[in-house]
Ligand binder design. Sequence first.
Ligand code: IPD
Ligand code: CA
Ligand code: CA
Length: 254
Amino acid sequence: MLKTAIEAAVEAGGIIAELYPGPRAISLKGFRDLVTDADTAAESAIFKKIQARFPDHAILSEEAGGHVSGSGYTWVVDPLDGTTNYAHRHPVFSVSIGVLEGGEPIVGVIHDPLRHHTFAAFRGGGARLNDEPIHVSGVAGLENALIGIDWGHENEVRERTLNDLHRILPRCGALRAAGSAALTLAYVAAGWNDAYFQPGLRPWDAAAGVLLVNEAGGRCTTLKGDPYRVRFSDCVATNGWIHDELLRLLKRMP
Ligand code: IPD
Ligand code: CA
Ligand code: CA
């Protein structure tokens, strides 16, 4: 499954990268929620690969929908994470493919087709970038931390994040909003960001990324500090060292 996830993500990434410089077919599928011809072309290629090799597995994908299998395997696919960036030709986006077993991630792959970065993990096997082991950072205090955030699409989510930032910004090293949740989670796994949080994630944004963070030695919870599950929308992912300090500032913990 890991091999197939890597092959599918790299193939989809190739399609996205090839379409990137050309004219774009962009439509609005929801409030501030864009979809392009590249999203659907990448998704079709991923589906073809998964269905040819694992015809019995369930697939949940951003554009095509689907469901999570309660007991079996489910592929959770975001064919293009960072569509707003992509539509603006802002060069930060990724392909994210996770596999769940009984609802828990066991395989996670995030591919950045412009930088040729392939982040991959399987449960119990550690995390890798282009086949080399990666580990979360050792930054132990928020004052030195590079924290990733996202604004999401909804005003309610943006308001919550804005309120959180009033407490976090004066205390952290620096803050970045890259525009691809999956890629920022992969960066936490690689130690390039020390933390990431978002109150409005969907399963396909996080399924692969949280496995990468956990396998790289980090920690993923909800904003209240409960263990993160892919059905939850709020996620705090860190190198572990700064987790409790960040949760206290997010103030949803006693
Ligand atoms: C979005 C990106 C963005 C995050 C949004 C996601 P999409 O995914 O990950 O960074 O803020 O919440 O929906 O729509 O580009 O696949
Ligand atoms: Ca996404
Ligand atoms: Ca997407």
